[in-house]
Design a protein around this ligand. Structure first.
Ligand code: PLP
Length: 342
């Protein structure tokens, strides 16, 4: 598989590190030992505190520049990491940027609405537009673009999460990067665990693994939807991504797994397991997760390990997709309670 024929601008710090989590692995091990947990540090991609959207934006901004766009617009939740990284990428490329933020959680406090990613959107020079929750946010984005000077001829619309076949190529590329890193280090990988939201990361990863001839299973942990509709969304986008790349085959339904047990009360609302996961990673490894995506995905990994999904000595890679700047918008959720009972 090659992606070299697709327009791309270099924005991310790549390759991101692949590191062992030794204290965490030891803490999770039982008397018979336990799996070796590794982390792929896509929180270190750069673009105003890092995250998975940097990889997608390399291909999305490549397409925007090829189209001759002078501005970009995108949409997301108030604490959207995607909006923040789009704002940073636009600043870097000298493009005007509009972000449409949907108050999906209903939170009214000032930290949620102005701190964290919203602060960074503004610092990077984006114009912030807001709207109440809507069923069709892509339609709301199209309306916003149509009302801006020059409309869609001048303003390139990037879908929520950067999740279309173009953006997902960033994770097809990440899959090849991970496979090469593992081969160079002589590391067999037995599973990958990642957050599954707007689905570009999950779809791109499974597509890229197929293209790289790898059969590592990918465990998607939902941050919003129930398993069945999320699996359909991932499969559909994986098919579109394979076609966009020009791969002769696409993944099958059996290759898509989504676990919806860690969503908790809803999108952007932490469950107890989310808070425990964020604290555990910080206290044992000094690595910052986030309350919306990676806290839920890592709670999923902890859950899988505790129920014995992985054998002792198996190597499991957690994909850290970023998001820590949202912690500052959620600080009220983190009280004195400690991490995982020792
Ligand atoms: C957007 C995001 C995800 C989810 O990725 P999708 O491609 O939308 O499924 C995971 N983690 C973080 C921190 C994100 O910002």
């Amino acid at each position: 598989m090659t992606l070299d024929h697709l327009p791309r601008v270099r924005l991310a710090h790549l390759p991101t590190p692949l590191e062992p989590l030794e204290r965490l692995s030891a803490a999770l091990a039982g008397p018979e030992g336990g799996p070796e947990i590794w982390i792929k540090r896509d929180d270190c991609t750069g673009l105003a505190t890092g995250g998975n959207k940097a990889r997608k934006l390399e291909y999305l901004m490549g397409a925007a520049l090829e189209r001759g766009a002078e501005a970009v617009a995108t949409q997301g939740a108030v604490q959207s990491n995607h909006a923040r990284q789009t704002a940073a990428a636009a600043a870097r490329l000298g493009l005007e940027c509009h972000v449409l933020l949907e108050n999906r959680t209903g939170f009214t406090d000032g930290d949620y609405n102005e701190n964290g990613n919203v602060l960074l959107d503004r610092l990077c020079g984006a114009t912030v537009h807001r709207c109440p929750p809507r069923d069709d946010m892509e339609a709301a984005l199209a309306e916003l673009v149509a009302g801006l000077p020059g409309g869609a001829d001048r303003v390139y619309a990037i879908p929520g999460g950067g999740s279309n076949a173009i953006g997902a190529c960033g994770y097809a590329h990440a899959a090849t990067e991970l496979v090469e890193q593992a081969e160079a280090g002589g590391l067999g990988i037995d599973a990958i665990v990642l957050a599954s939201g707007s689905a570009g990361t999950h779809s791109g990863m499974v597509t890229g693994l197929l293209g790289a001839g790898s059969n590592i299973p990918v465990y998607g942990v939902s941050v919003r939807a129930e398993s069945a509709p999320q699996e359909t969304k991932v499969l559909d986008l994986a098919r579109e991504t394979a076609a966009h790349i020009g791969l002769p085959a696409s993944v099958g339904a059996a290759d898509i797994r989504v676990d919806d047990r860690f969503v908790g009360p809803g999108y952007g609302i932490p469950a107890d397991s989310t808070l425990e996961a964020v604290r555990t990673m910080a206290e044992l490894e000094g690595i910052l997760l986030d309350p919306v995506y990676t806290g839920k995905a890592f709670a999923g990994l902890l859950g899988l390990v505790r129920e014995g999904a992985f054998r002792a000595g198996q190597r499991v890679v957690f994909l850290h997709t970023g998001g820590s700047s949202a912690l500052f918008a959620y600080h009220g959720w983190f009280g004195e309670k400690r991490a995982m009972a020792a």
